[in-house]
Design a binder for this molecule. Structure first.
Ligand SMILES: Cc1cc2nc3c(=O)[nH]c(=O)nc-3n(C[C@H](O)[C@H](O)[C@H](O)COP(=O)(O)OP(=O)(O)OC[C@H]3O[C@@H](n4cnc5c(N)ncnc54)[C@H](O)[C@@H]3O)c2cc1C
Length: 401
């Protein structure tokens, strides 16, 4: 079995397979060097991980080591779009209402990869860092991959976890629907006068959402989605100018924004493959679907893909079935495609709703947020969605309590 891509999703899939498969051979290829987390500086790329993702990381033996190093729980989510988060048009989700200790954790990308990689070392999975898959040839009984090192390997199945630009998806001409949001997300970590109160804050601005996610050192991770020109200007601006712009956009929530770390920006696109598999090949994570980051769901969906695909493959092997057979891989596609598409469309709809410009819309949006805020049943549904604990969950994502 071969995996292309040692991002968080490819590594998690390898670890889940490695734990369940004893001595069966799994090889993972990743062009970047092995991940190495260090406490300073804090990684700019962070994820809001759901309870389902936490459970998957626990199943594969990485969560305790992640939490021990650095993970910041968030207990509240507050979403608003007017001038002040304290008035009408605000929606608050509280983990206590769901009887949960928190709604999720903010975790650094490199820490996640590092600790999954540590967990992988206890398995028979072979990981080749610094190695890219260059070509793929699918046959009736096997798939042959050639690496940049000149190695050629034959595998029963190839799993492409090679990210949103997935070279394997392109090479094998998987059909995709793709569109750009015409936006970039500017990310930075900021120190603020007021405490973040373990709350994930999100304000909908006319140009896109602005999020403040709580970090364990008291700072907040900012994800600011905006037009490409403004994003570029924000990344280039001197600190004083940047802080001034951010202060205006954030309103009264953080108090005075005192300092910001290095900044970076990422293009925002929606991509969805209309097929997740063909004989001997499957797509997972961003290679299969890339969503708007406004609800922090991309990696959560990818980890669920990994857990479902590992479950399907391990069950097939236990029944002596060929894991690369299209009938087996379709079981994975059936369980994940609808779920991922539903999330992609919901996030897209939300994004468009808050960007529409019509005189009556601001009042309607405020009414909508207030209406959900005062409907406990509806809010309960949203909280379960945020926790990731609904739908056809793989065993690895279920709660341990
Ligand atoms: C601004 C922003 C904020 C986000 N916030 C959140 C959040 O809060 N919560 C959340 O759940 N998600 C979030 N996401 C989404 C998240 O970043 C992605 O969904 C996640 O990184 C996908 O992981 P992956 O392993 O599928 O892909 P990637 O992380 O892109 O990894 C793909 C890997 O494949 C490797 N690769 C490429 N080509 C080859 C090849 N030929 N052979 C072998 N390997 C190859 C690459 O080197 C890379 O390591 C956010 C995204 C953005 C842009």
């Amino acid at each position: 079995m071969a995996i292309a891509g040692g991002g968080p999703v490819g590594l998690a899939l390898a670890a889940l397979l490695g734990r369940g498969m004893g001595d069966l051979e799994v090889r993972l290829y990743e062009p970047r060097p092995a991940p190495k987390w260090s406490p300073e500086p804090m990684d700019l790329r962070v994820y809001a991980l759901s309870r389902a993702s936490q459970n998957i990381l626990t199943s594969l033996g990485a969560w305790d080591a992640i939490a021990e190093a650095r993970a910041s729980p968030f207990r509240l989510m507050r979403v608003w779009h007017g001038e002040s988060h304290a008035g009408a048009g605000t929606l608050t989700f509280d983990s206590a209402d769901a009887g949960e200790p928190d709604l999720g954790h903010i975790v650094e990308d490199v820490l996640c990869r590092d600790r999954i990689w540590q967990a992988l070392r206890d398995t028979s999975v072979k990981v080749a860092f610094g190695t890219r898959i260059e070509s793929v040839e699918t046959g009736a009984r096997a798939v042959r991959v050639a690496t940049g090192d000149g190695e050629t390997v034959s595998a029963s199945v190839l799993i492409a976890a090679d990210g949103s630009d997935s070279p394997i998806r392109e090479r094998l001409e998987f059909p995709v629907t793709e569109f750009s949001y015409g936006q970039r997300a500017v990310v930075t970590h900021v120190a603020t006068e007021r405490s973040h109160r373990e709350t994930a804050w999100q304000r909908f601005l006319p140009d896109g959402p602005l999020a403040f996610l709580p970090l364990s050192d008291g700072r907040s991770s900012v994800v600011w989605s905006t037009g490409p020109e403004q994003a570029e200007a924000l990344c280039r601006a001197g600190e004083e100018k940047f802080l001034g712009e951010l202060q205006t956009a954030a309103g009264d929530v953080p108090g005075r924004i005192e300092s910001a770390s290095r900044r970076a920006s990422f293009p925002l696109r929606a991509i969805h493959a209309s097929r997740y598999c063909r004989p001997r090949v499957a797509l997972v994570g961003d290679a299969a679907h890339t969503v708007h980051p406004l609800a922090g769901q991309g990696m959560n969906l990818g980890l669920l893909d990994a857990a479902v695909l590992a479950e399907v493959i391990l069950e097939a092997l236990a029944r002596d079935e060929d894991p690369g057979d299209l009938r087996v891989l379709r079981r994975y596609e059936r369980r994940r495609k609808g779920e991922n598409l539903k999330m992609l469309l919901a996030l897209d709809g939300l994004h468009r709703l808050f960007r529409l410009k019509a005189p009556a819309l601001p009042r309607l949006r405020a009414m909508g947020l207030s209406a959900v805020d005062s409907a406990p049943l509806l809010k309960g549904l949203f909280v379960n969605e945020a926790l990731g604990l609904r739908g056809d969950l793989p065993e690895a994502a279920r709660s341990f309590r």
